[in-house]
Design a protein around this ligand. Structure first.
Ligand SMILES: C[S@@+](CC[C@H](N)C(=O)[O-])C[C@H]1O[C@@H](n2cnc3c(N)ncnc32)[C@H](O)[C@@H]1O
Length: 258
């Protein structure tokens, strides 16, 4: 029986499975975008769909006042443990959905990392999320996020199978993709094997879903929500995005009257 929230299944192994992602470099790029695009250096930052808090922690270490939102209790609980282990205090964790979150006040920047925006799969989700981000950003505040590209959905995910082995041992994650170009929906049928103390394995099955967005869809949704699009980038160095990239990093500025 598949789990209702696939990230509750993934939480115990999520960081080990994503160990190759360099959040220090990524946070350097976030700060480079702050330096290039922000009118004043941001202080209050929201990490939307923060997961286990990798970017939250990296930015909190650099002195930003962080709020993290995620709808997976187990991912946020892992984030809480990691934040405590890092000796960081004052990070606000909110168990909420990014299509209907409520904050205590406005923020100077919103980051949303590792294709979390592709998790907005229901009709209207993207518009609801962008509108809330706009609502909670201060005027000229920055919204920085990334997406898996149409090229990646078509040519990398497609109908391919993957096996991800935790290098330290103890967990294996296998998944089969089914991408429907007509609907833009990609289903990931995931099976996770985690080792028990006695050396046997527990098997858990779940289904994760992402939606593919074209550059045009993203630009229109951002503009409609009240953002000025600042750029689509291919890497952590402002390289302009191309159709054949696997990931785009997008920067937008919140336009609103004070
Ligand atoms: C690929 S993970 C990325 C996590 C984190 N940003 C990172 O860089 O590791 C996607 C995250 O989005 C969260 N998520 C998916 N849909 C969501 C929603 N509607 N509202 C809030 N969080 C959501 C999941 O729980 C998961 O933690």
């Amino acid at each position: 029986m598949p789990y209702e929230n696939p990230y509750d299944v993934m939480a115990p192994i999520y960081d080990r499975m994503n160990a190759e992602i360099d959040y220090v470099r990524w946070a350097d790029f976030v700060e480079a975008q702050f330096a290039r695009f922000a009118k004043e250096k941001p202080q209050l930052v929201l990490d939307l769909a923060a997961g286990t808090g990798s970017m939250t922690i990296e930015l909190a270490r650099r002195g930003y006042d962080m709020t993290a939102v995620d709808r997976s209790e187990d991912m946020l609980s892992a984030a809480a443990d990691r934040i405590a282990d890092a000796g960081l205090t004052g990070v606000l964790l909110l168990l909420q959905d990014m299509t209907e979150f409520e904050l205590y006040g406005t923020v100077d920047a919103v980051v949303c990392c590792l294709d979390s925006v592709n998790h907005l799969t229901r009709r209207g989700d993207l518009a609801r999320c962008f509108s809330l981000v706009h609502n909670y950003l201060n005027p000229d505040g920055l919204f920085l996020f990334d997406v898996n590209t149409p090229h990646k959905f078509e040519n990398v995910y497609g109908e391919n199978d993957f096996i991800l082995d935790d290098e330290e041992g103890g967990a294996v994650c296998c998944w089969r993709n089914l991408y429907d170009k007509e609907t833009g929906i990609c289903d990931f049928d995931l099976t996770v094997f985690t080792e028990r103390a006695d050396g046997t394995y527990t098997r858990t099955d779940t289904v994760q879903r992402e939606r593919c967005f074209s550059e045009d869809q993203l630009r229109r949704a951002l503009t409609k929500a009240g953002f000025e699009v600042l750029g689509f980038f291919a890497d952590y160095d402002f390289t302009p995005a191309e159709e054949t990239d696997d990931r785009w990093y997008i920067a937008a500025r919140c336009k609103k009257e004070i």
